[in-house]
Every structure is written in C-alpha cells, then in structure tokens.
Write a protein that binds this ligand. Structure first.
Ligand code: PLP
Length: 406
C-alpha cells in the first residue's frame, strides 16, 4: 500500500532514535530515577530499624503527597491495586454490583472490582485523551441504565451500578467535569484510577480526588517509585480514617492488645517504602519537567509523519506524560492490517534495543472478563491494535532543551 511505504518501521524508529539515541545498548520503556537523596533516606530508615508498619516516614510521605496533589488526605498503600480495592470498598461497592470502567486499561482496574465481588462493566474511550468518553458514556447510560430512588440499575442484568472508575491513560487526564456530572445524575461514586497520573493536573488541580477518592501507584515503572506502593487520595477525612483502619487489619489502637473490630486487610505502605517515596516526591516537578521536554521532542520528531499521531495534552490539562504514546494509522487506512504494521515496528525496535511497547489487550477481550456487560467499544477496538508507547524515562528528557510544552 502506497500510503504506508515500505520501510515505514525504519522511518518510525529513526524518529525515536533521533530523540533518545539508539544503537548503544538497550533503551528501556521506563526506568526509575533514583539518586543520592533516595539512598540516604532509605539507609536512615534501615538504621532506625522501623522498616515495616510503624515509623515516621509513612505519615510524612502521606502529608507531603496530599499537599502536593492538593487534597485533604493521602493514605499509603502496599500497591496501587490495593489502593483501588480500598477505594471501591470505601465507595460502598458490594458483591453483585457493577462498576463502569474503560476497557482500555491495565488489568488491575478490573481486578480490583472483582476483589469486591462486583462485576466490571466496560465503557469506551475517546481517541483524543484515550480515556473514558463522557459523550459515549452518557448515551450508553441513557439506553441501558435506569435511575431509580434506590440507585442506578442495569436494565439487562438488573444489577446495581455503583461506581464509575475513569483511568488517566499514560498520564492524560480524563474529562472529569463531564464524568462527575454523569455520576451526579446517576448517583454513582466517582473513583479515579490515577495510578499513572501523579503530577497530572486538570484546570490547575492535581487529579485523584475530583470525586470521592482515587488511587495512585508507586510501582517501579511509575513517575515516582517506592519500590512497590500506592495511595488513596480523598477530601473525605472519615473515608480516609476508615481506609487507614481497614487496611491495617482493622486493629483497634492499644499498646499491647490484639483486638480487631471488622474484617481487615494488610495493605498499608511499609515505612521502608515510604522512606524512598519522600525524596522521590520532593523531586516530582523536576521529573515532570524532564518528561514534558521528552514529550515535546517526540511530538516534533513525529510531526511530519502523517501516518502517526503523537498523543498530546489538551489545553486545560497538564499531563505528566508518564508514557509517551503514538497512535499508528490514526485515520484507519490500514484497516485490519494495522496490528501487523505495529508488530513490524515493535520487532524492529526490539531488534535495535529500543523497548517500545503495545498498549494492553482490551479488558473485555480477556478470558475472565469476556462475558461482562459492556457498551459499544468501537473506539477501544480501533485504538488497541494501533497504540505504541515510546521509551519515556525522565533521564531521557533531562538534557533536552525546551520548556516542556509538547
Ligand atoms: C491503570 C493502572 N491501574 C492500577 C495499577 C496497579 O498499580 P500497582 O501495580 O501498584 O498495583 C496500575 C499499575 O500499573 C495501572 O497502570
């Protein structure tokens, strides 16, 4: 096909290499950015011997995090999946409920719903943000969900629809104002999956607590890391207190007695992990700036290839550009052959040590979620074979010029 000339993969990779180099070893998709401050903080924690559930680093990290995002409370969790699980339980999601979420997400978003005994209900995304599409969702809810005084109910399954979980894909924020309005109309709890989006702002405000609560991840591949870790963000102090208690085995405070007042989880962020998080969080704006410079360089490098669309932030958003993203064949000229082209690009890239990655398989296609309720997922199905993530470590952007406007 003439539109995609022979050698497209090479042309694509030359653009990537023009930004990050190539040919001298491996360029991973994402590496943690750790320095002397991190080493000192972790060593100090080790020397204190408070490496686990007790210690001063976890509460300090939580305070810094809430202040940075601009919400009232942050509760440190052992990982982002546990944070999402606690958010959903705190939002009142019960066994047999349905929770609406994008099919285009990492599997943890749906798994956390399953941990509550609830059922994922998949909705479509929009091409621009790669996040839940408010217009398509409104249309879907009008047709398939009944708003009654006792809640919202799926007309086909009769199950209660309890919550909506937008996910901020690769750091680009979902359209939270429109989604929040839908939640109000249908009486749904708004729980953000902000695992990828620490440092992302919408209308000047950090994402994660636009609704009832939200979850962050500090896995080693995220913009800041605590090794493994996560947090719940919320403006509701009672909810934060309930999560703090329930995630710490629901143990009643007492100097020596072991007494628990409800079933709980062992989900709290250990002090040792928080000791790594504090210096990481102190550098977050530097890391975001480096990633934004990297994004600006990729955007410029791909500007002249009509067969690619670099995913850029919209004016009201400041993306953290956690993973820089290109959509191949954005107008669909290749039809079913887009996935073949992407496979060619990925194979050539890995052959050169450039560890590009395809987006996740849509959740509604995974064996355990195939029979879950869903809307029309046309945009998800169009995008899934076309999305490629580019090497996005912050150190790649540090030496680049510019103010980081992609
Ligand atoms: C969208 C999304 N949700 C949830 C998670 C889960 O976070 P964790 O790996 O810390 O459990 C991730 C992690 O990659 C994620 O990308």
């Amino acid at each position: 096909m003439s539109f995609f000339p022979h050698g497209f993969a090479e042309a694509f990779l030359s653009r990537v290499a023009s930004v990050v180099g190539g040919g001298e070893g491996v360029v991973p998709l994402h590496e943690p950015d750790l320095g002397e401050a991190e080493r000192r903080s972790v060593l100090a924690c080790l020397e204190s011997t408070f490496v686990s559930t007790v210690g001063e680093h976890t509460p300090r990290f939580e305070r810094l995090l809430a202040d940075y995002v601009g919400c009232r409370e942050a509760v440190g969790m052992v990982n982002g999946t546990a944070a999402l699980h606690m958010c959903l339980l705190g939002a009142g999601v019960r066994p047999g409920d349905e929770v609406v979420l994008p099919s285009l997400s990492f599997v943890a978003t749906a798994n956390a719903v399953g941990y509550c005994g609830a059922v994922p209900h998949f909705a479509d995304v929009e091409p621009q943000t790669l996040c839940l599409c408010p217009d398509r969702l409104r249309d879907h809810l009008r047709r398939h969900v009944d708003r009654r005084p006792d809640g919202a109910f799926n007309k086909e399954t009769s199950r209660r629809v309890a919550a909506l979980v937008p996910m901020h894909a690769f750091g680009h924020p979902a359209k939270l104002d429109d989604l929040r309005a839908l939640c109000v109309e249908y009486g749904l709890a708004l729980v953000e999956d902000a695992a990828q989006a620490l440092g992302t702002r919408l209308d000047g405000r950090g994402v994660g607590a636009f609704g009832l609560c939200g979850a962050l991840s500090f896995n080693g591949n995220k913009i800041i890391t605590t090794g493994g870790g996560g947090a719940v963000l919320t403006d509701d102090p009672e909810l934060a207190a309930w999560i703090r208690h329930t995630a710490a085995t629901a143990k009643k405070p007492h100097p020596w007695k072991f007494s628990h007042d409800q079933p709980g989880f062992n989900y709290r962020l250990p002090n040792l992990n928080a000791s790594l998080g504090i210096p990481q969080l102190r550098r977050i704006e530097e890391l975001v700036a480096a990633k934004r410079r990297l994004a600006a360089a990729y955007a410029a490098a791909f500007a002249d290839i009509a067969q690619c669309r670099f995913v850029a932030e919209r004016p009201e958003a400041r993306s953290n550009y956690w993973l820089c993203t290109v959509v191949l064949d954005p107008r669909g000229e290749l039809g079913d052959r887009a996935e073949e082209l992407r496979a060619e690009v990925l194979a050539a890239a890995h052959g050169r040590g450039l560890l590009l990655r395809p987006v996740w398989e849509p959740l509604h296609t995974l064996p355990m979620y195939r029979r879950c309720p869903k809307g029309d997922l046309g945009v998800t199905e169009f995008l899934a074979p076309r999305i490629v993530n580019l090497p996005s470590s912050s150190h790649l952007g540090r030496a680049l010029p510019g103010d980081g406007t992609a």
